[in-house]
Write a protein that binds this ligand. Sequence first.
Ligand code: CA2
Length: 145
Amino acid sequence: MQTVYVLNGPNLNLLGKRQPEIYGYETLADVEATCREIADDAGLTLKFHQSNAEHQLIDWIHEAREDAVGIIINPAAYTHTSVAILDALKTCDMPIFEVHISNVHQRESFRHHSYVSLAASGVIAGCGTQGYELALHRLIRLLQA
Ligand code: CA2
């Protein structure tokens, strides 16, 4: 079975528990359950992870490089700071989708720039947690093409 990685960066473990006015009421476990349903229906294996540590996210990207057909990543604050995550993603020869729950372009100017976008096939922002589903559907479409 083909494997897809969904990776989540720092503080996203708090999803649904703090700042619902920005990030909504769904928890990361809810997001994982929805992604798993979509992946199961498409016959894909889903690896879903969250870490607050940059090196851990990079290690998972290296893993994905070896055994995945696509990556969906919400790098959270590392989006705006991490050349290391960008470099890791650039070694992956597969579709990569960057997801942001909030509309980063409507927020502080430091959130307007993304290093990760340089490696992304597509970017989804401001669609709430549904952004993960949209990215997964797009990835499935690409895999079936
Ligand atoms: O909108 C997004 O998905 C972000 O990637 C979320 C990051 C932020 O730094 C980016 O600029 C945009 C922050 C993730 C923090 O997640 C929390 C979730 C619930 C409560 C508190 C933080």
